[in-house]
Write a protein that binds this ligand. Structure first.
Ligand SMILES: O=C(O)COP(=O)(O)O
Ligand SMILES: [Mg+2]
Length: 232
């Protein structure tokens, strides 16, 4: 039986311009009010996630920075899963290389990150991967940003810890997302889903993919798996 939902944010609850779907918010509220634990899981920062949990109306548990940070409930203290130093060193190398080419990387929320670094997708991710070949880091392209963090961290690994602390088995969760940073989480959840705009490798990992994209796709999937709560 499903007891929890772990959901990506950008591209799953939002559209391509990062605008939240109000229908998805309503759906999350109904799930949470009916005893389904909804966990937000994003590449974004803990600052943003803390606000979103409150404003959307979840139980306060989140995973941020692609698994690099997490918190259990509103009262939990935030835990950091990775050493950020290696990501910052990798960034220094990239900045040195791109500055010589006259390119300035646009960093995202640099001061608010505890475990990773993120920047705009204005340089080819394959080039970033080859510049950092052999470094003990993972590089994620989320369609919204390029992220770098210490190797071995991802939403899926941190999800296992979060599920245990919530007292819900990973198999009792529905996991849903849209891009490569969601694959570990979608695989780890008992039911793995993606929205119609998902990257090809995410579609191939999922048990079910919605017919419509973004927030509407999220709602379609929740109605399919929680018909008793979300009957129209
Ligand atoms: O922060 C990003 O790059 C994407 O965030 P997401 O994991 O919520 O899609
Ligand atoms: Mg996403």
């Amino acid at each position: 039986m499903l007891r929890g939902v772990i959901t990506d944010i950008d591209g799953t609850l939002t559209d391509e311009k990062r605008r939240l779907s109000t229908a998805a918010i309503e759906t999350i509220r109904k799930l949470q009010e009916n005893g389904i634990e909804v966990v937000l899981s994003s590449g974004n920062t803990s600052c943003l996630l803390k606000g979103l949990c409150k404003l959307i109306g979840t139980g306060g548990t989140f995973i941020g920075e692609n698994g690099g940070v997490y918190r259990i409930g509103f009262q939990g203290s935030m835990k950091v899963m990775a050493n950020r130093d290696i990501a910052v060193k990798a960034l220094n190398l990239l900045e040195e290389y791109y500055t010589k080419k006259g390119i300035r990387l646009e960093l995202y929320s640099h001061q608010e990150r505890y475990s990773d670094i993120a920047f705009a997708r204005e340089v080819p991710v394959d080039e970033v991967r080859s510049l950092l070949a052999g470094w003990p880091v993972d590089i994620m392209d989320t369609n919204f940003a390029i992220h770098i963090h210490e190797a071995g961290i991802d939403k899926g690994k941190t999800f296992h810890i979060v599920a245990e602390q919530l007292g819900i088995l990973p198999e009792e969760f529905l996991g849903i997302g849209d891009s490569e940073n969601d694959i570990g989480m979608i695989k780890a959840a008992g039911t793995g889903c993606c929205v119609a705009n998902a990257q090809e490798d995410v579609r191939n990992t999922s048990d079910f993919c919605s017919s419509v994209p973004y927030g509407e796709g999220f709602v379609e999937i929740m109605r399919k798996y929680f018909p008793h709560i979300l009957a129209r």
